[in-house]
Design a binder for this molecule. Structure first.
Ligand code: SF4
Length: 301
């Protein structure tokens, strides 16, 4: 049996950067707070907690003083920085540079149009309640409209300007469909008003991170080449759920597991009958965890 770990799986640059910052801080001080899980992978969080990282929530942030607080790659709304400053906490900003730039673009657009008579709509194609989306909405004083699926485009007001952005991890195809729907709706509105000069502004920015978007095709190809696929991911990670779905589609013999301890008898038996076993994971899956799964599979053989 040949066991292969997918070279495209594992942390993206943004998550790697935030973890490096945490490790550097912990090396120097042995203690660091992180606002929310640094990565949606319980095993990696536990590893860092053993080094001194303590995960806190927003209520904790309001009560701690003179501490060092890491912000994870997803980014935060301006209110988080404000709360931290109130209590003399030092922010260690692990926001991914790509997310940071997106936040700035949204803030620039919001500030440029917030007093417009036409009442422009800033729209974010993203998952409601996701940390990154909360950070993006915060750039607009929480006035941005969040749309999860292209079909939700119907909820927009097509008589008003629309500025559309995307959460970095949404699907490129979904974004394309959303743009098409909005374009069509605006066109219909303009025709209905029957005013040749009427032109409703619609600007859209594909701000999807290709570090993740490109993974789908790479992962599908990897999965299709294996007899059995073991997908390693955190149960809380939405990225893991989506990528697992793609793997399963490319190869029905795909199993989901959080780590080596989840290797069931059924998985072991299926692997034993296979020539090629592929190990892959989400953007939040550490390489060391995939290696542990690979070692266990080899040990069972
Ligand atoms: S997916 Fe892209 S934008 Fe999001 S944290 Fe990773 S590198 Fe940054």
């Amino acid at each position: 049996m040949v066991v292969t770990i997918d070279t495209h799986s594992g942390f993206c640059a943004g998550v790697t950067g935030a973890i490096r910052r945490a490790e550097n801080e912990l090396q120097q001080t042995g203690q660091l707070y992180c606002l929310g899980d640094i990565v949606h992978n319980g095993q990696e969080v536990q590893r860092l907690e053993r080094l001194g990282l303590e995960t806190i929530d927003y209520d904790d942030l309001r009560t701690i003083h003179h501490a060092r607080v890491l912000l994870r790659a997803h980014g935060e709304p301006p209110s988080t920085y404000w709360i931290a400053r109130q209590n003399d906490n030092t922010i260690i900003d692990g926001t991914c540079p790509v997310v940071k730039r997106l936040q700035e673009r949204i803030a620039e657009t919001y500030n440029a149009h917030k007093h417009d008579e036409q009442r422009a709509q800033i729209v974010i194609f993203g998952k409601r309640g996701h940390a990154e989306v909360i950070g993006l909405q915060g750039q607009t004083n929480n006035t941005a409209i969040v749309i999860e699926k292209p079909e939700e485009a119907e909820t927009l007001d097509f008589s008003r300007p629309i500025y559309l952005f995307s959460q970095t991890t949404k699907s490129v195809e979904g974004f394309r469909q959303l743009v098409e729907r909005i374009q069509l709706k605006i066109k219909n509105y303009e025709l209905r008003i029957n005013n040749d000069k009427l032109k409703i502004p619609f600007e859209y920015y594909d701000t999807i991170c290709r570090a993740v978007a490109n993974r789908v095709e790479q992962l599908k190809q990897f999965a299709a080449e294996q007899d059995v696929v073991l997908f390693v991911g955190g149960t809380k990670s939405s990225n893991a759920a989506v990528l697992f779905g793609h793997c399963k589609e490319a190869n029905p013999q795909t199993f989901f597991l959080a780590g080596p301890d989840d290797l069931t008898e059924e998985m072991k038996a299926t692997c034993r009958q296979a020539n090629k076993v592929g190990i892959c994971g989400a953007t939040s899956t550490p390489l060391w965890l995939m290696e542990k799964v690979a070692d266990k599979v080899k040990g069972e053989n």
